[in-house]
Design a protein around this ligand. Sequence first.
Ligand code: BDR
Ligand code: CA
Length: 322
Amino acid sequence: MTTQPSQPIRIVLDTDPGIDDALAILLAVASPELDLAAVTVTGGNCPLAQGVRNALAVLDMVRSDVPVVPGVALPLIRPPFTAEETHGDTGLGNAHLPEPSIQASQDHAVDLIVREIMTAETPVTLVAVAPLTNVALAIRREPRIVERVREVIVMGGALDVPGNTTPLAEFNVYVDPHAAYMVLHSGLPITLIPWDITSKVLFTQEYVDQLLRIDSPVSRFIADATSFYIDFHLNYFGYAGCSINDPCALALAFRPELAEYETVFVDVEIESAKSMGKTIADTLNVWKQSPNVRLVRTFDQTAFLALFMERMRDLAGRHANS
Ligand code: BDR
Ligand code: CA
């Protein structure tokens, strides 16, 4: 049992929505421990404009006025690489949300990230669940964010398991490996939750069915979005459920005790075509580098899934059809 901080933790959530990004947005909205300053968006699972539209539609569904701030559309150096086979043509699986009634912010994600971190009274946590393009450019725009930010929680990398995008690389790092390199070498206080961990956190049809007992657009959305994602995980990985990567990262912002960590140096390959985006943890410190991440090594998925379901039930209930 943790004591709840008297003041919610202010976060910026950097996304490429994306089915599991949408679930992370919902978890952030549903969690009173957090004060969600903005949802920033980059190109990734789907092109930037589609990702922005998806973030707006998800927030509109739960009548949230959290700003959605578009960021950088393309990776720093490599060509764009999207994931329709994983997230569907719109990025939200089989869900078809109404045209959002709210508009995207005129601000830019890189400016928002810098301003939030530099001007907040209490340090801000950045949760990055997308290719790291926006974060890398925020460091270049204002290097002092490295000292000011409370924590940067990154979902990305495949260290001791095969990648989900190439045999070696995980999607978020593969899409913009140069941005990942900049972030890993920046001195930011990074907590890294890799595919090694999140791929095992399976959201199954049983959970969906439980939520569907609440007649609500929220449960309907979760069912429609994850039906595509569950089929993909079964066909591609043979998993009985979908890996909900991004909400795991989000939960660590207020429930760090869900994980056990190792402080270690992690690097990323940015030169070789075949191993592009491969993340490597130097656990034996062969390279004699100072640790640059707090790497999640174990994760209490039972406790996390209980938390996730509690929060989704609550959100669905708040927006239930009468
Ligand atoms: C990551 O890649 C994306 O497809 C997901 O949204 C998640 O952020 C998992 O590798
Ligand atoms: Ca994502």
